[in-house]
Design a protein around this ligand. Structure first.
Ligand SMILES: NC(=O)C1=CN([C@@H]2O[C@H](COP(=O)(O)OP(=O)(O)OC[C@H]3O[C@@H](n4cnc5c(N)ncnc54)[C@H](OP(=O)(O)O)[C@@H]3O)[C@@H](O)[C@H]2O)C=CC1
Ligand SMILES: O=C(CO)COP(=O)(O)O
Length: 340
């Protein structure tokens, strides 16, 4: 155990995949005393004993002030902030098992970018419901944050959002370091939906890539995708400025351009002709967009938001649209020329 500043905040990170581990490293590199929960004991032991998580971050050394444990009680005891990074569809069940042991009054932070199937709830809403805590304690983090780049200390930025600005500021202070800069806002809806929706556009871009289409097609999908994302988020109360910021456009660019993105990768496999089940079988990490597409289209229909690109992605996933037919010029509601 290295010498820690006596004032170092003690934080808990639940979820030891690529993002949970990378975010724990961000926090530890910023000076926090970090304990991570890994559901598999061997992963927790590897993190503590060899300072590695080789299954998710091969070749990355983790700092000494970051330890792993497989006991939720141990990880949460004394935590001053709690960060959550499990697959979105598993969040509610995980929250149910920590409801009685999350320290009172501390911020609870979602690092996730999905919505819950069935309910269509954002992760901050699932946290509020399941932990029965005030929304002022809840924050979300989103932005152009491909895990492996950040684990290599490549500089980037993110947004921390909370209904209560002081909560966002408290989280941003602990989660910022020399290579990771956190901005704050109070637009939780826009910040969260930005992270969810860019995944769907990244799947579309991946499909175009897999088919063999070039930069014009992909740029058209990204640009029209931003319109869809913005219309959707604004319809649900998000701010359009958020969608042109780090959690919207910033993350859209990073995810649509990078082969590191799992959503982009899943799309590329679909574009290459693999069926949905074959894509799932090939993915060994979480691609949230594949689970979000249904609930997002259902939410869009409740507000009358047109999402033609996302609808095309859904049809490719269900096997009713040939990936070669996916194209932004089809992504309109009318054959008549429309305003951009
Ligand atoms: N990776 C990235 O670049 C980024 C990811 N995110 C978001 O972070 C969230 C987590 O993704 P990420 O870390 O990348 O995913 P990974 O697939 O890399 O890791 C998933 C983690 O969750 C664990 N897990 C899987 N199922 C369950 C379950 N039912 N209950 C508890 N734990 C479970 C896995 O454990 P095990 O190994 O035992 O299966 C693993 O530790 C997602 O919402 C993603 O969108 C956000 C920004 C960047
Ligand atoms: O959210 C991310 C980058 O900001 C990670 O994207 P993927 O989940 O597609 O890898």
């Amino acid at each position: 155990m290295p010498n820690l500043d006596a004032d170092a905040p003690r934080v808990a990170v639940l979820g030891a995949g690529s993002w949970g581990t990378t975010f724990a490293k961000i926090l530890a590199d910023g000076g926090a005393d970090v304990v991570m929960w890994a559901r598999r004991r061997e992963v927790a032991q590897e993190i503590t004993e060899t300072h590695r998580n080789s299954g998710y971050l091969p070749g990355i050394n983790l700092p000494g002030n970051l330890r792993g444990h497989d006991s939720l009680e141990h990880v949460l005891a004394g935590a001053e902030q709690v960060y959550l990074s499990v697959p979105s569809q598993s969040l509610r069940a995980n929250l149910a098992s920590i409801r009685d042991i999350v320290p009172a009054d501390v911020p609870v932070v979602s690092l996730m970018k999905g919505v819950e199937k069935g309910s269509g709830l954002r992760m901050s809403e699932v946290i509020r419901d399941e932990l029965r805590i005030d929304e002022e304690r809840i924050a979300v983090v989103s932005g152009p944050n491909l895990a492996l780049e950040i684990a290599k200390r490549q500089p980037t930025a993110a947004v921390v959002s909370s209904a209560h600005r002081d909560t966002a500021v408290a989280v941003a202070q602990v989660a910022s370091n020399e290579y990771f800069r956190c901005f704050v806002n109070t637009d939780v809806v826009g910040t969260e939906f930005g992270g969810v929706l860019k995944n769907l556009i990244a799947v579309a871009v991946g499909i175009a890539d897999g088919v063999g289409y070039g930069e014009n097609t992909k740029a058209s999908i990204i640009t029209r995708g931003l319109v869809e994302i913005t219309d959707f988020a604004v319809a649900f109360g998000g701010r359009s400025e958020t969608m042109t910021g780090l959690a919207g456009l910033g993350d859209l660019i990073a995810t649509c351009e990078s082969p590191l993105s799992r959503n982009n990768t899943a799309g590329r496999l679909l574009g290459q002709g693999y069926a949905f089940a074959q894509v799932i079988a090939q993915m060994n990490q979480t691609a949230e967009g594949l689970s979000s597409v249904g609930p997002i289209l259902e939410l869009a229909s409740t507000k009358g938001v047109s999402m033609p690109i996302v609808a095309q992605v859904a049809r490719v996933l269900e096997g009713t649209l040939d990936p070669r037919e996916l194209a932004p010029h089809l992504a309109t509601d009318s054959d008549e020329p429309q305003g951009e």
